[in-house]
Design a protein. Structure first.
Lengths: 191, 1004
């Protein structure tokens, strides 16, 4: 089988924070009744993480469950594991109204790392999100706008941040992040 | 002459000289200078020519309100016009040039206008250049354009970068003077998260220049102490060189940070536009001094009294050895006292008030300064610089009592609080008769969603004019802002300053009060737009009584300074001319931004590669490397065609069509929308969305469907595949994917919220390739061992196959070109690999990639409609002869009711037909078929229009589709389509299916 490639094939940029295309992740859209035991159990079995609360993300280290809307989750897993997890979820939820779709190839994911204050600043230049420590941090998940495209953010740790956008605009998103992290453009706000 | 003093200049570092040029002339300033102070230090009194009369103009002010001293700053990619020298910090190597002069600043031909000013009154252009009409475009306008205008538009690309920044605060304090600092301290101490922004590089505003004591400290020490206290607070952010540009609804504040204007070679953005959400906004924006309206008040050397004082104290610059001070209030005496103490001469203080001033006047007299009460300036003598003034009685008509020689005139007509930000979002003003000013009406603040006020004025911006009341007022403002954002302010008192005794100001709108017409037409109100007292009076006489009308008729306050110095004076003159009170006249509307901000800062990151997002398919880079001629489709870029070296676009399209019809073509169809609709009620939902019956579609089958909005008009079309009993996959048009997904969710969330249906937009998950042409099955069979024969996969069927190597794919046997064809969908991460595979496997069949134009021509040859060509938002399926796609069995679908309305069932609606030109040429896009006679507007009657038109290489002639009156009943009729060159193309009405009418080619 041909090798699956991400839109930017691991490109990276060193500014006042480092911006890197993380390559492919397994991603599964799950829509259903998030309060139901069936969904809770299925999500836990698939990822080892519980269903997150509103605007939150659960899990760690490449196995995350992100809250997308009151009836939608995004499961982020290993790329190769996604088809099996997708099948398992369908089976587990077969008795209830749901939608499961493998969307592992639909997106691009960037990792910002380095200065903890710097990555907050880079994002605050592009997204109308309060990036002040305390207002946003690990455990939270935010769907937002990054300049002219939809995007979503979460912080796996205090000094790293992940941005998801659609695959077709990966180039644009990378250029945005490069500009926002350009040396000399530090704002000095969160330090 | 103006010069640098030996002493003084509290903002300067005289140890570091900075070189700069003005109109090519080399000059020297020092670190800490503004361009204004540096020009004055070099005796550059005249810095520009006025807009209309080309009169010599000099610096009037010391801050953002400056109307005259605008320059073109920088060169090439760093050039920017209309930069105020008063807010431009000097840097080494600065270059600038004055504006609005020709051929030179010193000798200007346009100055003849000044001699003709009698004949160029307000509204002159409106009256003069209206007739004869044709002359406007060819004579008047080019002439006026050449003589008008301020700076020149930049010719080169802007070299700098710009960015936005989103920030969130409880309290945003605009202005870093004593009021802003005190308000911030009060709010910060209460625990609120506070941002303080100051437009200059310095804290303290003008308090350090005006002096005073606070809690026993000199005011400049108090400022230093406040700033260091604020720096120590973790919940307070301090930013200089950042202007509060605008206040919008819901506490949205625009902050304009000039990051690198003062160090243009530094890394980083030039400007940063802060987009701030604030719980409460404190406007500590200070006040602006008003000029006095006397004849010759625009001659270089006539300045605001406060500006003369600022240049002396802050920058150690004397505007002239002898400065006459003219005032109607006590504050201007500070200028006289300051100058005298610096060893400069003040020949006289002309005070318009008959009984003169208070304690400050006494101080001036004690210093030996002559004070003339009840007097005014009849006129200023001089041309390119002040040479003297004629003193007269303020109550009189301007007869000169005495001529006094001087180089500078410091004028003060009182102070106007800067109420702009208060007013941006609806804060109202009241007229304070005692202090002769408009100030914020605390009872009519801008209000938020709950009716709560969200802007609080502080200090001079609230009309407080002495240090003691400024501090009290600002402290209360800061505490109120903290309270409103859920914090508990401290109970401590505000810092104490000694209250000042002042003699009241006297309103003086014209000097002298009975000035003759000759004097009035030399008394400037709006320096930048050259509006005089006489112009406003003329506007009033001609019936422009509303202040908004008078403004537009005379252009008062319409220049880049937005009338910061002129508005109040102008509306007072208007009120006087109309014999009504100033509050009855009212002000014009204050609109953002406070002073002009750069267009680039508004654009932010939206330039160059990030001007706008361009969506790229997984095969984009292959297309780019293989001659793609791009076409934007939605936000995507799709290849219009693939040009071979030396090949024209037209030839490429023809080649792609021929090769595809003869053998094999590939189309990157990844951009098509793909939406999953799933759930027990999915069939019911699909029947409502589409005009066709979708619920009867069997798993494994595909059906073409039409989607209408609730007004009955066609909005999208595409092939629906049923994936399983519960699940449909809807293909949408490229541009329609997001809208259609939103449309589905809207109906599900707002109307049919109890239906069990989920949708997901999986457009980007799949790369999709159309494999098209008689050899398509052959090439596909090379890539899979699965059975894709005509028996296994029939027309309008789909199946899952595994490609050699193990990649799973969906194959849809559908055709938009009219040939045997398949669409292959694989995960996007494998899209490029699939494309490469197909190109390789297709080589033996002479495979060609083809673009959107070949796709369009081939579909038109087949008579297939295209959303956006055959439809334009006013077309219903019935117009297109697509009644076959409208289910008669269904009780309802979106658009059904609308399509039954009388206008929709009108038999005279234009209907779709094919059009064949008699001479074989191609009809112009959008051409109309004319009919006999003319309509009520005298235009030719029409009876149809072209919706799609192409040269068909397959048929070797032009083909078209169009909507025509009674079209389907008029087969064979010939219509006239006039072209823009006056000639007419004749075209015959034919069946819209031009190629393979029986559909045999796609069914093999």
């Amino acid at each position: 089988m041909s090798e699956a490639v991400s839109a930017l094939k691991g490109a990276s940029f060193d500014g006042f924070v480092t911006v890197k295309d993380t390559g492919l992740h397994g991603m599964i859209t799950l829509r259903g009744d998030l309060a139901s035991d069936a969904v809770k159990a299925a999500v836990q079995d698939a990822t080892g993480a519980p269903v997150p609360g509103q605007r939150e993300v659960s899990g760690a280290d490449g196995n995350w469950v992100a809250w997308m809307s009151p009836d939608e989750l995004l499961l982020i897993v290993a790329y190769d594991a996604a088809p099996q997890i997708e099948a398992d979820l369908r089976k587990a939820l077969s008795g209830s109204h749901h939608l499961v779709a493998n969307v592992s190839d639909a997106r691009a994911v960037f990792r910002l790392s380095g200065s903890a204050t710097g990555l907050r600043e880079a994002i605050a230049k592009l997204c109308p999100v309060d990036m002040t420590p305390g207002a946003f941090g690990p455990g939270q998940f935010r769907r937002t706008r990054m300049a002219q495209i939809p995007a979503a953010l979460w912080m796996p740790t205090d000094d790293s941040l992940h941005v998801i956008c659609f695959r077709s605009v990966a180039d644009y998103a990378f250029n945005l992040l490069k500009g926002a992290a350009a040396p000399g453009s530090e704002v000095g706000l969160f330090s | 002459m103006s010069t640098r003093l030996a002493n003084g200049g509290r903002l300067l570092n005289k140890g570091r000289a900075l070189e700069f040029t003005f109109n090519g002339k080399r000059m020297t300033g020092v670190e800490g200078d503004t361009l204004a102070s540096a020009l004055l230090a070099n005796d550059q009194m005249m810095v520009g020519r006025s807009f209309k009369y080309h009169r010599p103009r000099g610096i009037v002010a010391s801050g953002g309100e400056e109307p005259n001293a605008l320059v073109g700053l920088g060169e090439n990619g760093k050039f920017e016009p209309n930069q105020r020298v008063t807010t431009t910090e000097l840097f080494d190597g600065l270059t600038c040039a004055s504006q609005n002069h020709w051929p030179s600043l010193e000798f200007d031909v346009g100055a003849i206008n000044s001699k003709l000013s009698r004949f160029l009154p307000a509204g002159f252009y409106y009256k003069m250049f209206i007739h004869p009409r044709p002359l406007w475009k060819h004579v008047y306008e080019p002439f006026i354009r050449q003589s008008a205008g301020l700076g020149k538009a930049p010719r080169d690309r802007d070299e700098d970068s710009y960015e936005h920044f989103y920030a969130f605060y409880d309290v945003v304090v605009v202005g870093g003077g004593v009021a802003g600092l005190q308000a911030a301290k009060a709010a910060g101490q209460a625990g609120a998260k506070v941002l303080v922004m100051e437009q200059t590089p310095h804290w303290g505003g003008r308090a350090p220049v005006d002096g005073g004591e606070v809690d026993g400290l000199s005011v400049d020490r108090f400022v230093e102490q406040s700033v260091s206290e604020l720096h120590a607070m973790e919940n307070v952010t301090l930013r200089t060189r950042m202007m509060g540009a605008a206040v919008y609804d819901h506490g949205y504040v625009m902050g304009y940070e000039r990051v690198n204007d003062h160090q243009p070679d530094a890394k980083g953005p030039r400007h940063r536009l802060w987009r701030i959400r604030a719980g409460q906004i404190v406007t500590a924006t200070g006040a602006i001094e008003r000029p006095l309206s006397f004849a010759g008040n625009d001659i270089p050397g006539v300045m605001l009294a406060s500006a003369v004082r600022d240049y002396a104290v802050d920058y150690g610059v004397s505007v002239g050895d002898r400065t006459v001070v003219v005032t109607n209030n006590d504050d201007a005496y500070r200028t006289a006292i300051t100058l005298k103490n610096l060893g400069l001469e003040v020949p006289v203080i002309v005070d318009a008030r008959p009984s003169g001033g208070g304690p400050l006047a006494g101080e001036a007299v004690a210093l030996g300064i002559r004070v003339e009460n009840g007097k005014g300036i009849a006129k200023v003598k001089g041309g390119k610089r002040v040479e003297g003034v004629e003193i007269c009685t303020q109550a009189g008509e301007g007869a000169a009592l005495e001529t006094i020689k001087c180089e500078a005139v410091a004028m003060s007509g009182g102070w106007s609080p800067v109420v702009h930000l208060w007013s941006h979002c609806g804060g109202k003003l009241l007229w304070d008769d005692e202090n002769v000013m408009f100030r914020p009406d605390g009872d009519k603040a801008p209000t938020g969603a709950e009716g709560e006020r969200f802007v609080i004025p502080a200090g001079s911006a609230d009309g407080c004019l002495d240090l003691a009341s400024v501090l009290d007022n600002a402290d209360a403002a800061g505490k109120a802002a903290a309270q409103a954002t859920g914090h508990t302010p401290g109970k401590g008192a505000a810092p104490q300053a000694q209250p000042e005794t002042m003699t009241p100001i006297q309103a003086v709108w014209m000097m002298p009060q009975g000035a003759s017409y000759k004097l009035r037409m030399k008394a400037w109100l709006d320096y930048q737009n050259d509006v005089k007292v006489s112009d406003i009076q003329l506007a009033a006489r001609e019936g422009f009584e509303s202040v908004e009308h008078a403004k537009r008729y005379t252009t008062l306050g319409m220049a880049t300074d937005q009338g910061k110095l002129s508005n109040i004076n102008g509306l007072a003159i208007l009120s006087d001319a109309l014999s009504q009170g100033i509050p009855q006249t009212g002000t014009t509307t204050f609109r953002p931004p406070y002073t002009p901000i750069s267009m680039s800062s508004i654009a932010g990151e939206a330039r160059n590669e990030t001007f706008q997002p361009i969506r790229k398919t997984p095969m984009h880079s292959w297309h780019e490397a293989n001659g793609a001629h791009w076409e934007p489709v939605g936000a995507w870029r799709r290849p219009y065609c693939f040009q071979k070296p030396g090949e024209s676009v037209h030839d490429a399209v023809n080649r792609e069509i021929k090769q595809t019809r003869d053998s094999l073509g590939l189309l990157d169809a990844s951009t098509l929308g793909k939406i999953i609709v799933k759930g027990p009620d999915a069939g019911k939902f699909m029947d409502m969305l589409y005009t066709n019956m979708m619920s009867t579609l069997k798993p494994g089958r595909c059906r073409y469907g039409l989607m209408c909005n609730e007004n009955g008009f066609l909005m999208d079309d595409g092939v629906v595949a049923r994936l399983d009993e519960d699940t449909f996959l809807c293909h949408t048009t490229t541009g329609g994917a997001d809208n259609i997904h939103g449309h589905m969710e809207e109906w599900l969330q707002t109307e049919w919220w109890d239906w069990k249906v989920y949708t997901a937009n999986v457009t980007e998950q799949f790369a999709q390739v159309g494999v098209v042409g008689p050899k398509s099955r052959k090439v596909l069979q090379k890539l899979t061992d699965d059975d894709i024969s005509n028996d296994a996969l029939t027309f309008m069927g789909w199946t899952e196959i595994t490609l050699k190597g193990g990649l799973p794919a969906r194959v849809f046997r559908i055709s938009f070109a009219g040939e045997l064809s398949f669409e292959l969908a694989v995960p996007a991460s494998h899209g490029r690999a699939l494309w490469d595979m197909l190109m390789q496997a297709g080589a033996e069949f002479g495979v060609t990639p083809y673009g959107t134009e070949a796709m369009h021509v081939m579909r038109a040859e087949k008579g297939f409609i295209m959303i956006g060509d055959e439809t334009d938002g006013t077309v219903i399926p019935q117009d297109l002869g697509m009644d076959w796609a409208i289910s008669k069995k269904k009780e309802d679908y979106l658009g059904k009711r609308a399509q039954q309305r009388s206008h929709m069932t009108d038999p005279t609606r234009w209907k779709l037909v094919g059009l064949e030109t008699l001479d074989g040429s191609t009809l112009p896009d959008g051409a109309y078929a004319t009919a006999d006679g003319t309509n009520a507007n005298g235009q030719r009657n029409v009876q149809g229009r072209v919706t799609s038109t192409y040269h068909s290489p397959t048929l070797g002639r032009g083909i078209a589709m169009g909507l025509v009156l009674n079209g389907p009943d008029r087969m064979g009729d010939v219509l006239d389509f006039p072209k823009v060159d006056g000639t007419v193309i004749k075209a015959k009405i034919v069946d819209p299916v031009f190629y393979d009418k029986n559909g045999e080619k796609q069914n093999v």
